[in-house]
Design a protein around this ligand. Sequence first.
Ligand code: SF4
Ligand code: SF4
Length: 146
Amino acid sequence: MSDKFWQNKPLDALSEDEWEALCDGCGKCCLHKIIDEDTDILYQTSVACRLLDVEQCQCSNYSNRKQFVSDCIKITPANVEELHWLPDTCAYRLRAANKPLPIWHHLVSGKKDLVHHLFHSARGIAVTEQQAGDDLENHIISVIEV
Ligand code: SF4
Ligand code: SF4
């Protein structure tokens, strides 16, 4: 990985390792969203994808995830600007807009856990599908501005 790649290289010039390292590990993108088909309003819920480890905020089977969650979307330099539901803090979203990473990001701070300690992750928010039951609407936590 090259020196300070996260601020010196555009997204489409990152190596695969650099791309993966850019993720802050917040896990927020792995929380279910629901859309009201009458209004097109998109809501964020606290209910985690079945593969998300809600404590670690990591996908529990990242390399094989498509076998279990076929609609899991792979973020790429080509689609990141269309994924308006990504949180404002998402490192890919920030760098796509040529904004700096926050000081708590592990590449800047050197501390992987700061994202959790400073409440920028899904830890403490996310509930499992089993805990949530059938009705996602009971677990709406915000409206997603698109
Ligand atoms: S929202 Fe962005 S930075 Fe956070 S886990 Fe998802 S891809 Fe990584
Ligand atoms: S399959 Fe893994 S990466 Fe995809 S949404 Fe679920 S937990 Fe996140």
